[in-house]
Ligand binder design. Structure first.
Ligand code: SAH
Ligand code: SF4
Ligand code: F3S
Length: 433
């Protein structure tokens, strides 16, 4: 039986798809890159914003046609499944199974049951940590791998659906994580990306390693050359973790630290738990611990109550802080979240205008930073051939910037010195130094 998985959403979801794919493969299923060849189609969904949901529903319309034509098994997993639960089956009666993020370990049961014509679902709530223990084998030739260190989120930012669909925080034992990474290193993995909604809460209240202590241990693992992690919450970013940058040689000089808004009033409405000056203070500390650390962030515009003044403050923050990149989004109202009941809704067209304005400002800052890299030589971990050009390879600097350059395919998986010859808005062009 051939299977195809379509994935929406964040790295956690990508990794969940890898976990399901692993379970399917060891149970005799074969992956295919072409949905038309598949007998089993799984859509791993995201409900972070309305747009992600709409994309899913329109894709499912297409997959229904495929089902009508050749009788595939069609399953829906991930955050929309968890959010809608049984109602999903009412809305999409043709689906064969539905699994929330905490139920993906039952994918084989789901398929077996579907084959027998019985609808299967698993929306095991918060308590279920079984997916934390799945260790997908890296695909042959992989250079980097995700490793889940914790699940869930307790922060309840007022706009965010994640705590409702991913449940409460739960950490995985450090011994188990280290063993997985040692195993990955033996399989040729050079870079690990540690995953958790809020990695600074790793092992909070438990008698096990703290997050910085975990990083120290991973730093000792032979064969691993780079360590990254996502995501940190500014309110929980400790001095101890900041001190790891520039101290642990394998920890890449890069952090994603969302600020969400430049207005204290909006931050409070968002329930973020910090002020703009506290955020800026964390940035200063990061930069003094590690002068050329690359910092990226997320930002929401058009949050309820965001007036021109509040937006201006966000623009000021963006101009002042000069981050390496910002992922900015127009606020999207999510069912059952606290912000859904707030007054002061910002009209869609106003929010989109603000978004464009902000993105224009950041684009210029990112471009300026990428151009400043011209002439400098970087360690680049070569990931593969470039998508845009047959003769070029692609890789990343420790700062997580993408570099394309001419080189031999035997460089793939190695760290090479590349001199940047051109900085663009989204990538760098280089040559072997
Ligand atoms: N755990 C991560 C973020 C997960 S969601 C963290 O806390 O940093 C990724 C980003 O999506 C968020 O940082 C936020 O900027 C954006 N986002 C979340 N909910 C949103 C909503 N309702 N509307 C618009 N953007 C949203
Ligand atoms: Fe959502 Fe906030 Fe948790 Fe991030 S920290 S996942 S934005 S609730
Ligand atoms: Fe990720 Fe989307 Fe779920 S961002 S946690 S897949 S809602």
């Amino acid at each position: 039986m051939k299977f195809y998985i379509e994935t929406f959403g964040c790295q956690m979801n990508e990794h969940d798809s890898e976990k399901m794919s692993h379970l399917l493969r060891i149970n005799g299923f074969t992956p295919t890159k072409e949905v038309k060849d598949a007998d089993l189609v799984i859509v791993n969904t995201c409900s972070i914003r309305e747009k992600a949901e709409q994309k899913f529903y329109s894709l499912l319309g297409r997959f229904k046609k495929l089902k009508d034509k050749k009788g595939i098994i069609l399953g829906v997993t991930g955050c929309i499944a968890q959010q809608e639960k049984e109602a999903l089956k009412e809305r999409l009666p043709f689906i064969d199974f539905a699994l929330g993020p905490s139920g993906i370990h039952t994918v084989i049961d789901a398929v077996t049951s579907s084959r027998d014509g019985r609808f299967f679902y698993n929306f095991s709530e918060n308590g279920c940590v079984a997916p934390l223990f799945l260790r997908p084998e890296p695909a042959r030739g992989s250079i980097k791998a995700y490793v889940t260190i914790m699940k869930g989120c307790n922060n309840f930012c007022s706009y965010c659906i994640v705590p409702y669909v991913r449940g409460r925080e739960a950490s995985r034992e450090s011994g188990d994580i280290l063993e997985e990474i040692e195993n990955l290193a033996r399989k040729g993995i050079k870079e690990v990306i540690l995953l958790g909604q809020n990695v600074n809460s790793y092992n909070k209240g438990r008698d096990d390693l703290s997050f910085p202590a975990l990083l120290e241990e991973i730093n000792e693992i032979h064969g691993i050359e780079r360590i990254r992690f996502v995501t940190s919450h500014p309110k929980d970013l400790s001095d101890e973790l900041i001190g790891c940058f520039g101290m642990l040689d394998k920890l890449c000089e890069q952090i994603h630290l969302p600020f969400q808004s430049g207005s204290d009033r909006i931050l409070e409405l968002m329930n973020r738990g910090y002020t703009v000056s506290e955020y800026m203070d964390k940035i200063d500390r990061l930069r003094s611990a590690c002068s050329d650390i690359a910092i990226t962030a997320d930002c929401i515009v058009g949050f309820p109550g965001e007036d021109e003044q509040a937006f201006k403050e966000t623009v000021e923050l963006v101009k002042n802080v000069e981050l390496d990149g910002i992922f900015s989004f127009a606020y999207s109202k999510r069912k059952n979240t606290a912000a859904a009941n707030l007054d002061g809704e910002v009209p869609k067209d106003v929010a989109l205008k603000r978004l464009q304005h902000l993105q224009g400002i950041q684009k210029a800052i990112t471009l300026k930073k990428n151009q400043a890299a011209e002439g400098r030589v970087f360690d680049v971990l070569v990931e593969g051939r470039s998508k845009n050009s047959k003769d070029e390879l692609t890789g990343r600097t420790r700062h997580n910037r993408i570099v394309n350059f001419r080189g031999d395919t035997d460089m793939i998986g190695k760290i090479v010195n590349v001199k940047v010859i051109r900085g663009y808005a989204n990538s760098l062009k280089g040559e072997i130094a």
